[in-house]
Design a protein around this ligand. Structure first.
Ligand SMILES: [Zn+2]
Length: 277
């Protein structure tokens, strides 16, 4: 095969701690046989009345036992936010403009940004609720002996994906400071990923700071960095710790093309080329 692929994504799941957890209505093969058996009603060669008559007398009906093995097709109806599961946030999420121009929506993100060399910054030692500073990033890079180059995809490893089904997933992780985001953007970075629920601290922490001070800068500072300087981030990644080396691999994170969307779900992966050291 020549390459190994590590899944950096969470499943889209109805089970988890978020208030707007996805809703999935599963239709199995048996139920699919019943529902597809009704499809003759949509066979528009005849008037609705005639179709209904032909269905009632059985001519337009496919009964369950007529399907191969008595089963038809399985499918799902999914209701969820664009920010559910592993997803890429477009600059439009942060504000209507970025760097003085209309901010890009998710369908406008250059795909070249979404397939590039990856580098892991290990932030697992940082306290939950603390902020990652430019110095933390410099130290993490020094530890692995790597210099960031433009268009690298930077993966912030907090380890919070381990408890993505628990309440503490919403609060217990270090977040990016605005200065750290600018530091990375200055190096030519367009995509930064994190394996926690969000790029900023949990809502409750930001809110309690805000009501004490009424200081706007306590609200989503890392997100709002994207109004001044254009960048994207991936939230709710997973398995960054399964990548066996801190750099020397590719990341692919193509977002689903939601028209005019502020974000798109993505199946983020790390690609390791076994023929390359
Ligand atoms: Zn998001």
């Amino acid at each position: 095969m020549g390459c190994e692929i590590i899944d950096l994504s969470l499943s889209i799941s109805p089970v988890g701690p978020e208030h707007d957890q996805p809703k999935i209505k599963y239709t199995d093969h048996k139920k699919g046989a019943f529902l597809l058996g009704l499809a003759g009603l949509l066979y528009k060669k005849e008037s609705l009345l005639k179709r209904l008559f032909l269905w009632l007398i059985g001519k337009y009906r496919i009964k369950t036992d007529e399907w191969p093995d008595g089963m038809a097709l399985a499918f799902e109806d999914v209701r969820m936010d664009t920010h559910a599961g592993t997803h890429l946030d477009a600059p439009w999420h942060f504000g209507p403009t970025s760097e003085g121009k209309r901010a890009k929506t998710i369908d406008e993100i250059p795909l070249e940004w979404c397939f590039s060399d990856g580098v892991i910054l290990d932030m697992r030692e940082k306290e939950p609720g603390s902020l990652i500073s430019p110095l933390d990033i410099e130290n993490a890079l020094q530890k692995i002996g790597y210099q960031i180059k433009p268009y690298d995809i930077v993966l912030i490893m907090t380890g919070a994906d381990k408890y993505s089904k628990e309440k503490r997933y919403l609060t217990d992780y270090p977040a990016l400071s605005q200065e750290a985001v600018f530091w990375l953007i200055d190096k030519g970075i367009k995509i930064i990923g994190i394996d926690s629920v969000g790029f900023d601290r949990g809502w409750g922490m930001m809110f309690s700071d805000y009501i004490k001070t009424r200081d706007k800068s306590s609200l989503w500072p890392a997100h709002f960095a994207g109004r001044k300087r254009e960048y994207c981030h991936i939230e709710k990644m997973a398995n960054i710790n399964k990548i066996p080396k801190p750099y020397g691999f590719k990341v692919a994170c193509f977002p689903v093309k939601v028209e005019r969307g502020s974000a798109g779900w993505c199946r983020a992966v790390a690609i390791l080329d076994e023929n390359r050291e």
